[in-house]
Design a protein around this ligand. Structure first.
Ligand code: PLP
Length: 491
């Protein structure tokens, strides 16, 4: 706390009240101050309230939230005791910057040797990765005179990515592709170009937390549109109503094997949805990172946006799930006008994506059917192990076995909360992401995502812990499995 207090950001009571759902705090039972403290802590952990920010005074926050000053004072006291807040005499109450905070990872995966990491849905490196990099290194050796900077991406790679879209039924040329360092980078480039502070963005709900964070980072407001994987057709009307009511500039969707729900929009639904959003003048940002993870061989569906004009849809993809997140290779596909805007913004912060990664991607795309088949076989084994273990060991959980993707989205039995489960699982060495990560506000505390990206044995281990926590079959002392080092905050 070396900066003068007046230079720190102040979070207003109004801003906090917009992010706090007091009805939910009340509805959970227990002392109100404890619920308030917990939710304030979550805002700090999520980064919604910055480290070092000055909190509103107890009196003002109590008035804006419509609670007694004692409630706010007790919540602040509890947070001071936990080291989340600190009070500086005469200056106010501040969020304590955590000395161990890692600004690049809000969701700590728990990398200790004794932790089973089920936070992120991040598969291990593809078996094809090593050979691809060896070939890429040879290619690099023969391009000695090259500056190494390739704005927009290597032409052959953009051609290869464009060819895949064309094969899937979306005619695409290389100049419609911008190569990025992964899909997150691509989403960020698109959102920076098309969304401004105060704009609204429709998001399917549940959704990918990284996208929510990107929208918030540019000051946009996410409008959740409920998606029922059992009835995806209903989504069109709901999205239509939301577009009419909220006047969004963008909709963020995952039509193929959505994270976390596993939902796939049927062809007629995606056609109607694309047309509806286009009619409202909403650009759809389609996230296709899981498009190839078709585990049951159902066959690829028509790409979202195929029947609407190119300018209505911007698509992002990456090799992070089919190959490996460590590759950091993704892309944007857009019409010429959007791509020019997106690429110009991107060029201000990224001169060029790593050349050796682009060459490796080119190699991988040459054998892509084999690469995908191998990954799908691995994920299928994981999914089957997970669904069997869940059905056997935690029969009170409800879930649909997804046809693709990387995770199973479960509904917990009445009265169970994911946030509690996650805390208790952590004590047993199992790291999970709470359901609330996948929604806005307080949604999905009754849901739990379980990735099936780890080995069947590790999955069995994880479910044994869950069974024990649910009061079912005792798992006995778990033999600790060394965790792979998985990057934080992939989710
Ligand atoms: C739906 C979705 N989009 C994007 C990403 C991030 O992908 P990348 O590693 O390519 O940045 C993820 C990672 O979990 C994801 O699930």
């Amino acid at each position: 706390m070396t900066e003068p207090a007046r230079l720190r950001d102040t979070v207003t009571a109004r801003a906090l009240s917009e992010r706090l759902d007091m009805a939910a705090v009340l509805g959970r039972g227990g002392p109100m101050y404890a619920g308030l403290a917990r939710d304030l802590q979550r805002l700090v952990e999520d980064g919604a309230v910055a480290a070092d920010a000055r909190m509103p005074s107890e009196r003002v926050l109590a008035r804006v939230l419509g609670v007694s000053r004692v409630t706010v004072a007790s919540a602040y006291r509890s947070l001071r005791e936990q080291g989340v807040l600190t009070s500086v005499h005469g200056a106010g109450t501040f969020v304590v910057p955590r000395s161990d905070a890692r600004p690049w990872g809000r969701l700590n995966a728990g990398e200790g040797p004794d932790v089973l990491e089920f936070v992120n849905a991040a598969p291990p490196p593809s078996a094809f990765l090593g050979a691809a990099y060896e070939a890429a290194a040879r290619r690099l050796a023969s391009t000695a005179a090259h500056s190494g900077y390739v704005p927009g991406g290597v032409e052959h790679l953009r051609e290869a990515i464009a060819r895949r879209y064309t094969m899937r039924g979306l005619p695409t040329t290389a100049d419609q592709i911008l190569v990025t360092a992964g899909a997150t980078d691509a989403i960020h480039a698109v959102v920076e170009a098309l969304v401004g502070p105060g704009n609204r963005v429709l998001v399917e709900h549940p959704t990918y937390p990284g996208a929510l964070e990107t929208m918030r980072a540019v000051g946009a407001t996410c409008v959740p549109v409920p998606l029922d994987p059992g009835d995806p057709g209903a989504f069109v009307d709901t999205a239509d109503r939301a577009a009419r009511q909220h006047d969004p500039v963008l909709a963020y969707l995952m039509p193929d094997h959505a994270n976390p729900s596993g939902s796939v929009l049927p062809t007629d639904t995606r056609r109607r949805l694309a047309a509806t959003l286009h009619r409202h003048g909403v650009v759809t940002l389609v996230d296709e990172v899981a498009v190839d993870l078709d585990l049951d061989g159902a066959g690829a569906l028509e790409p979202f946006g195929a029947p609407v004009p190119d300018r209505a849809v911007v698509t992002v993809g990456s090799l992070s799930k089919s190959v490996w997140g460590g590759l950091r290779l993704g892309w944007v596909r857009a019409d010429a006008a959007h791509l020019a805007r997106i690429a110009t913004g991107y060029s201000h912060r990224q001169l060029s994506v790593s050349l050796i990664d682009q060459y490796a991607a080119l190699e991988l795309l040459a054998d892509y059917e084999d690469v995908v088949a191998h990954r799908c076989a691995q994920l299928r084994a994981g999914r089957d192990a997970l669904t069997a273990a869940l059905a056997r060991s935690v029969p009170s959980w409800r879930f649909r076995s997804p046809a693709g993707g990387l995770s199973v989205w479960c509904t917990l039995p009445s009265g169970q909360r994911s946030t509690d489960l996650v805390d208790r699982a952590r004590e047993r060495g199992l790291a999970l992401a709470p359901g609330t990560r996948f929604g806005t506000g307080y949604a999905f505390d009754d849901c739990q995502r379980i990735p099936f990206t780890r080995t069947p044995e590790e999955i069995e281990d994880a479910v044994a812990v869950l069974a024990e926590l649910m009061g079912g079959a005792s798992a006995g002392p778990r033999e600790r499995v060394p965790s792979r080092a998985v990057p934080d905050a992939v989710v």
